[in-house]
Design a protein around this ligand. Structure first.
Ligand code: PEP
Ligand code: MG
Length: 559
């Protein structure tokens, strides 16, 4: 039995085979083959597999976001079979004797170059598609699995850390839990695990060895331990713990349908954070009161090119309709820093977390912003939508963004396209600047939602991705808590609501403080709704308010 210790960032106990996430190595081998016919047959088999994979993706996209979404994958299927493309590959293999991986890469590059040189924008854009399908076929030839999991049974997925673009591609039905060597509690692997309601352990470093692949593993997200080939006693103990967790979940289920009201009558809204239209299922399952944060950038991460207005419209419409009139706060595109997207072609930056990201990109590339806003306003006719801008630092940014909203509404009106007049517009408070000028910002918008993941990162100058800063990181740093109070007080002075949508919202040690501050909403991962409801219902806010607020502002607090 081997025990590895990491940090648990999503609770629960799960058992299954350990499986290392597979990535393309990036080193393409190039050599002359002996049997050219056999090599061409190898290409044909990979081509057929690529077409099959794309068919599955098309159906998934159709179910999640409609016909337009499926079209991209169907176009890729056709391009895989394109005669010119195939003949070029055949030539490289049969005439030049190249191995299939190199032949596909060269034919793809050649065709992509030809497309890129065309005048017509539509054909220019096909260059990225050819590269994409070539990458897929080469990946299959090299044994790299798209989505990272080539296993018939569900697994405990091991990796260094997963990029957001990798998490969106994962076949979630195959994952029982996560173990990562790096990462942090607010990294996207951790957020995904909490949304899925499965255990995750991060920061195990080099204790995780490739030779453990396929071995039996039990992960305990509560204690952060990973046990390989557990002995009988340990297995029995952990399986017992698992049964208790499930039983507790059953008890929590009895809280479904109950209000989030403290013993002395203070109410708070408990909403959910999601990344995909399909997550709505978990929101409803856990009785979330609404959606407080839909990270719309995951739609972009899921695509190989800028998602069209119709594609986005279908996805937003689905979330709004599936939520049946409950409030849905959709955050506009928040890419850059830890969420990079190739086709945006963002230049390399020395400090991407402080660079061109989120609203900054939207304001400097208005055509992208406008497409998203049009899709959002069109979808607003199907439910109760609120729009939220991320990474705000100044009043002028909010005014510009709101101006864009007005322009888009004007266009839709002129085109006779319906939209709701009741859409609220709010901002995230996730830079210290926004918190400090929240009195001014509150006059510009309908609500604040505090992004504590970034607010903590920027306030304490601690990289949210870096798990090695251990003792320097304090999730309850008074600077962050005071900024939360400042933003909330300023919101209330201006008569608008204020919530938290960062991970701190689910921290049960802070629930009483958040109620004392008077926050109106906490938006958390779906699985955190019922434990949070239970905590709220046990609280007697009147008894603790004065002391907690005095402690928060006290100069005795020496952190
Ligand atoms: C945050 O920063 O707290 C937040 C909710 O946004 P994200 O984690 O997507 O950056
Ligand atoms: Mg953020």
């Amino acid at each position: 039995m081997i025990t590895i210790q990491g940090k648990g960032v999503s609770t629960g106990v799960a058992a299954g085979p350990l499986y290392f996430y597979q990535r393309a190595s990036g080193t393409l081998r190039r050599f002359e083959v002996e049997d050219r016919e056999a090599e061409f047959a190898r290409f044909k088999a990979a081509q057929a597999k690529a077409i099959e994979q794309l068919g599955v993706l098309a159906e998934k996209a159709r179910a999640e976001a409609g016909d337009e979404a499926a079209m991209l994958f169907e176009t890729h299927q056709m391009m895989c079979e394109d005669l010119d493309y195939e003949e070029a590959i055949e030539g490289f293999i049969k005439e030049s004797g190249l191995n299939a991986e190199a032949a596909v890469t060269d034919a793809g590059a050649f065709q992509a170059e030809a497309f890129a040189a065309m005048e017509d924008d539509y054909f220019k854009a096909r260059a990225a598609d050819v590269k994409d399908i070539s990458g897929r076929i080469v990946g299959i030839l090299m044994g790299v699995v798209q989505g990272g999991i080539d296993s018939d049974v569900p697994v405990i997925l091991a990796s260094d850390d997963l990029a957001p673009s990798e998490t969106v591609q994962l076949d979630k039905s195959k994952i029982l839990g996560f173990v990562t060597s790096g990462g942090s509690g607010s990294s996207h692997t951790a957020i995904l695990a909490r949304t899925m309601g499965i255990p995750a352990i991060i920061g195990v470093g080099d204790q995780l060895k490739p030779e453990y692949q396929g071995r039996d593993v039990i992960v305990d997200g509560g204690t952060g331990s990973v046990i390989i080939d557990a002995d009988d006693d340990t297995r029995a103990r952990l399986m017992q713990k698992r049964a208790e967790i499930l039983k507790r979940q059953e008890l929590l289920n009895q809280l479904k349908g109950q209000p989030n009201v403290s013993k002395d009558g203070q109410e708070i809204r408990v909403y959910c954070n999601i990344g995909n239209p399909e997550d709505v299922h978990a929101v409803l399952e856990n009785d979330g009161g609404g959606i407080g944060l839909f990270r719309s950038e995951f739609l972009y991460l899921n695509c190989d090119d800028y998602p069209s207005e119709d594609y986005q419209f279908e996805a937003y419409k689905k979330v709004l309709s599936d939520m049946g009139g409950k409030e849905v706060v959709i955050r506009t595109l928040d890419i850059g820093a830890d969420k990079m997207i190739g086709y945006f072609n963002l230049p390399h930056e020395e400090n991407p977390a402080l660079g061109n990201r989120a609203l900054r990109i939207c304001l400097s590339r208005p055509e992208i912003f406008r497409t998203q806003l049009r899709a959002l306003y069109r979808a607003s006719a199907y439910g109760r939508l609120s729009i939220m801008f991320p990474m705000v630092a100044s009043v002028w940014e909010v005014r510009e963004a709101k101006k864009m909203c007005e322009q888009v509404k004007k266009e839709l009106r002129a085109e006779g396209i319906p939209y709701s007049d009741e859409v609220d517009v709010g901002i995230m408070i996730e830079t210290p600047a926004a918190a400090v000028i929240s009195d001014r910002l509150a006059k510009e918008v309908d609500f604040f939602s505090i992004g504590t993941n970034d607010l903590t990162q920027y306030t304490t100058a601690i990289d949210r991705q870096n798990n090695d800063l251990g003792r320097f990181f304090n999730a309850h740093h008074p600077a962050v808590l005071r900024l939360i109070k400042m933003a909330c007080d300023n919101a209330h002075k201006a008569g608008i609501w204020c919530g938290i949508c960062g991970e701190l919202g689910a921290d049960l040690e802070l629930t009483e403080l958040f109620l004392s501050i008077g926050l109106d909403e906490l938006s958390v991962s779906p699985r955190a709704v019922l434990p949070l409801r239970q905590k709220v219902r046990e609280a007697q806010v009147r008894n603790v308010r004065e002391k907690l607020l005095a402690d928060l502002m006290s100069d005795e607090n020496t952190i």
